[in-house]
Design a protein around this ligand. Structure first.
Ligand SMILES: Nc1ncnc2c1ncn2[C@@H]1O[C@H](COP(=O)(O)OP(=O)(O)OP(=O)(O)O)[C@@H](O)[C@H]1O
Length: 349
């Protein structure tokens, strides 16, 4: 028997809508695994999550836990926890009151207090039991909301963009903390996000969704290395696409260098007729390098301790090359480039 969550051929349709918001999705989340639903705005991520929670009716298909359908089980009986973008804390309760909210009343007070303390330690807010939630920062509020969602030990935690209201730096740190907390508690989770970095930081597997359908489900490393289609690659942030030339057909130097480097590195499948997808950094500025690949510099920008150089490369188009921090030159200059095969993936077509 399958364990964990099984989503089978689920369709969600809103009244009056021309097309289904979720259009025949199959997905499993085995016990202990964290899966991110990643896709552009409006692709149906939240609708799918809400259907799993029981907040949206299924137009077709089934949602099951451990092989038993929960389609007719009301939201509060599914044993699933929910965490939304705005953690929706209860303003009239202090931190401890919020975290203890989902704990059974019948538990002894000391046991409840111990559980609250344990969860506040886990989310990095020890000793905040008596704080008024109105005095918490946005990040602290989401930590309390996470503690509250985890308190009753839900068999599945459903998270809908839980970090998206926070600023970027905080989001990055909290994504790592969230991963640690979910792993430490062995929580099975389905996590909705439109942010690629966040999905990669938090999830064991990432399910890429577009227009109501799942395009690919894979571990972050495998997804990045082998996107199943150009649409997936574009959504992951690959920025240029180059046809692999047929054997014996002459290619411009940049394309030849790309094919040679990826083949040598063994990182990408290169069927003739296939496509190479280039991420930022597929070319690296190499002023003293031997290869005869050049690009014309358009724009320089400093990013996280290194220089990113937007270059036009003959046969490839406009791409972001990496250069060492502090490297500079005037726009319009031709610079030598080498290929970093780690930022190139092979697509079937
Ligand atoms: N309650 C509703 N009634 C009618 N249409 C809806 C409703 N909720 C969502 N939709 C529509 O269903 C589609 C999918 O929406 P959904 O919110 O699931 O997407 P999403 O991927 O989560 O987007 P976002 O990241 O912007 O939240 C969209 O076209 C949206 O307009």
């Amino acid at each position: 028997m399958s364990d964990g969550l099984q989503v089978a051929d689920v369709v969600v349709r809103y009244p009056g809508a021309a097309s289904a918001a979720v259009d025949g999705v199959d997905l499993t989340v085995p016990t202990g695994e964290v899966v991110a639903l990643l896709g552009p705005s409006g692709c149906g991520k939240s609708s799918l999550l809400r259907a799993v929670a029981g907040l949206e009716p299924l137009a077709a298909g089934d949602v099951a836990w451990d092989g038993v359908s929960v389609a007719d089980v009301p939201v509060h009986r599914r044993g699933f926890g929910l965490l939304f973008q705005d953690g929706q804390l209860f303003a009239h309760r202090d931190v401890a009151g919020n975290v203890a909210y989902g704990l059974p009343e019948r538990r002894a007070r000391t046991a409840r207090e111990a559980r609250v303390a344990e969860l506040l330690d886990l989310v990095g807010l020890p000793g905040t039991q008596r704080r008024d939630v109105a005095t918490l920062s946005g990040g602290e509020r989401q930590r309390v909301a996470l503690a509250r969602a985890l308190a009753p030990r839900p068999r599945l935690l459903l998270l809908d963009e839980p970090l998206s209201a926070l600023d970027r730096a905080l989001r990055e740190r909290l994504a790592l903390d969230l991963r640690d907390v979910l792993t430490a508690t062995g929580t099975t989770a389905l996590f909705v996000t439109h942010d690629q970095d966040e999905a990669f930081a938090v999830a064991d597997r990432v399910a890429v969704m577009d227009a109501g359908r799942l395009l690919q489900v894979a571990a972050p490393g495998a997804l990045w290395a082998r996107p199943a289609s150009r649409r997936v690659a574009e959504f992951l942030g690959y920025e240029a696409f180059v046809d692999v030339p047929a054997p014996g057909v002459p290619a411009v130097p940049a394309v030849r260098a790309l094919v040679d480097a990826t083949r040598a590195a063994g990182v990408a499948l290169l069927p003739p007729g296939g496509v190479l997808a280039l991420a930022a950094g597929a070319f690296v500025v190499a002023p003293d390098g031997a290869p005869p690949v050049t690009g014309t510099v358009q724009v320089l920008r400093s990013r996280r301790g290194r220089t990113e150089v937007v270059v036009d490369v003959d046969g490839v188009g406009r791409v972001s090359a990496f250069a060492p921090a502090g490297w500079t030159c005037a726009p319009g200059t031709d610079v030598r480039l080498r290929v970093d095969a780690a930022a190139v993936a092979g697509l079937p077509d």
